[in-house]
Design a protein around this ligand. Structure first.
Ligand SMILES: [Ca+2]
Ligand SMILES: [Ca+2]
Length: 253
């Protein structure tokens, strides 16, 4: 016959430090865009009463509204945890159905950067004529790549920076500034070069893959030339260039 327990000494001892010593973790790395399996182990729960022992376990996920969803009744279960922080409960019972309860907090985070492959500059590789207009180059049209991430199903390709081989002012480039305006999804490069420089101007545009946690991939880059003259390199802008004048909102920081 079961005897009701009322004194504190009859309660089951649940020691968090012991739980932590088994494959129990509070923060785990995201494994997929949906859920991440997290093993939970309550089998080191102990009962202080001589001759008594743990008889069964109940694991629950605690919903934001306080509701409970059962996820298993074994000592060891695997929780399928979505991205972010989530609350769980472990209830343990002894042979006499005395019980104790312990909250468990699990966080799935993403610290792994995306991977960029098959990067291509499908836009112009050189700009002509050097009429000081901005040329707008866009991710998805001019810059393409495959970006994959273990946790984010839709990581983005973004422009991280751009630089010029020539100073913004000086030489025979005219008196225009800025020459580069960077946005995540497009960049404005001024079609000009120092006329006294026989090499021409080279812009380097760098892009990275970014996931929703802000992790950034190893960068990829491409060069875009403004040649000294059209005989140096013939620019075949078959598709036509997207141009913008100074003050155009597309090229205003
Ligand atoms: Ca990631
Ligand atoms: Ca300039």
């Amino acid at each position: 016959m079961a005897i009701p327990f009322s004194s504190a000494s009859e309660r089951l001892a649940w020691r968090r430090s012991r739980l932590v010593s088994v494959p129990y973790v509070t923060t785990v790395e995201c494994q997929s865009p949906t859920t991440t399996p997290v093993p939970l182990d309550g089998t080191r729960s102990t009962d202080p009463d001589p001759g008594d022992s743990i008889s069964h376990y109940q694991w629950f996920e605690t919903l934001p509204d306080g509701g409970l969803v059962g996820i298993g009744n074994q000592g060891q279960v695997t929780a399928q945890v979505a991205f972010g922080s989530h609350s769980y409960l472990l209830d343990v019972y002894d042979q006499e159905l005395g019980s104790n309860e312990e909250p468990v907090s699990l966080t799935v985070r993403d610290t792994t950067p995306p991977t960029v492959s098959n990067f291509a500059n499908d836009g112009p590789s050189c700009l002509w004529p050097p009429n000081h207009a901005f040329v707008v180059l866009r991710v998805g049209r001019d810059f393409t790549a495959d970006v994959t991430d273990r946790c984010d199903a839709q990581p983005k390709l973004v422009i991280s920076e751009a630089e010029s081989s020539e100073p913004v002012l000086g030489g025979g480039s005219g008196n225009t500034s800025p020459d580069i305006v960077v946005f995540p999804d497009h960049v404005c490069l001024r079609a000009e070069r120092d006329g006294t420089d026989p090499v021409g101007r080279s812009y380097t545009v760098q892009l990275v893959g970014v996931d929703f946690s802000g992790n950034r991939s190893v960068p990829v880059s491409t060069e875009i030339l403004v040649p000294h003259d059209s005989s140096q390199q013939r620019c075949s802008n078959d598709r036509g260039l997207e141009l913008a004048a100074d003050g155009d909102p597309r090229c205003t920081p």
